[in-house]
Design a binder for this molecule. Structure first.
Ligand SMILES: [Zn+2]
Length: 320
């Protein structure tokens, strides 16, 4: 479905939107010139592409080897309008014109807005994690109303912490996650990979409803029990959380330490054993104090025994 050339450009742009290589977010005028008529105008009108600073590199077209070179500015005679060149090893100096250096950047907010409109979502999109997660509003998907988020870069090195953070802010109905790319081997509950549902037909963006229904049909309407009520076997806390007992060893905690353990255990029970330090401090309301978890657990037996580092830098969990 979809006319082939536009569709394949669209898929490439979505791939680039999800890339951690910032250069791939940029689209050059040469590339745009090779596109079918109308596509560029539509992308700009939808706010998916926006003009950005001119390129500092130019790809040589004068020899048989397409190489990219830094732009050289020459002001000759002095005081005249600077002229732009690149140096080609086989042809020599090649003049470059400013209009050849124009480029555009992919705008994630624009893609969130477009997806939101096509999915019939009410509400305004707003950044939740800048550059990575946008709350698009609430939509009826997979038989219930649920929050819909655009999430970018789940496969980047810090993707796991973004995923944990999303899980940490959602309630019992799992949110729909609109993704620029399909993630193979992902355990996400409700993903909508845009390349599977977004179509460009006759100059318009459309949603492949059949594909969307197929994707959402198997979605859970509530978070599965195993992720909601996981309980540790050999871990207990006193009513006021000031004493924690792990494998028969008691830890007496300060009120602030108790809050940290509470937050971690609460999330553990929701199936999210690891939280970022930032999130923990935010939850206990001490992010502004410039305290670290290490400060909070200074001289405490619980540090590195009850509270341990997670699988990634800056992540922590209970050792249960
Ligand atoms: Zn060349």
């Amino acid at each position: 479905m979809g006319n082939s050339q536009e569709q394949s450009i669209l898929e490439t742009l979505l791939f680039r939107l999800d890339s951690s290589d910032e250069n791939l977010e940029l689209v050059t005028i040469q590339e745009i010139d090779s596109w079918p008529t109308g596509l560029f105008d539509t992308l700009c009108r939808e706010g998916l592409l926006a003009p950005t600073a001119p390129s500092s590199l130019f790809t040589c077209t004068q020899c048989n080897d397409p190489h990219s070179e830094e732009i050289i500015q020459v002001e000759s005679p002095p005081g005249s309008e600077p002229r732009l060149y690149i140096q080609c090893p086989s042809v020599g100096r090649i003049r470059v014109y400013p209009e050849e250096l124009r480029q555009w950047i992919l705008v994630p907010e624009g893609w969130a807005k477009l997806a939101g409109r096509l999915l019939g979502i009410s509400g305004h999109s707003q950044a939740d994690i800048p550059g990575r997660v946008w709350r698009m509003g609430v939509g009826n998907l997979g038989r219930v109303n649920r929050e819909v988020l655009l999430v970018r870069g789940l496969s980047w090195v810090d993707g796991q912490s973004v995923e944990t953070r999303i899980a940490g802010v959602t309630n019992s109905t799992p949110p729909a996650l609109v993704l620029p790319q399909e993630l193979p081997n992902s355990s996400l509950l409700c993903p909508i990979p845009l390349p599977k549902v977004l179509r460009f037909v006759d100059g318009e963006f459309l949603l492949d409803r059949t594909m969307l229904d197929f994707i959402t049909a198997s979605w859970p309407t509530v978070a599965p029990a195993y992720t909601r009520t996981k309980v540790a076997d050999d871990f207990h806390m006193s009513e006021d959380s000031r004493t924690a007992v792990l494998h028969g060893v008691s830890y007496v905690l300060t009120p602030r330490q108790a809050q940290v353990v509470d937050v971690l255990y609460e999330n553990y029970k929701q199936g999210m054993p690891e939280l970022s330090q930032e999130r923990i401090l935010d939850r206990i309301g001490s992010e502004s104090d410039k305290l670290t978890l290490r400060d909070i657990f200074r001289n405490s037996d619980a540090w590195n025994t009850l509270i341990v580092s997670g699988s990634r830098r800056g992540m922590y969990r209970l050792n249960i």
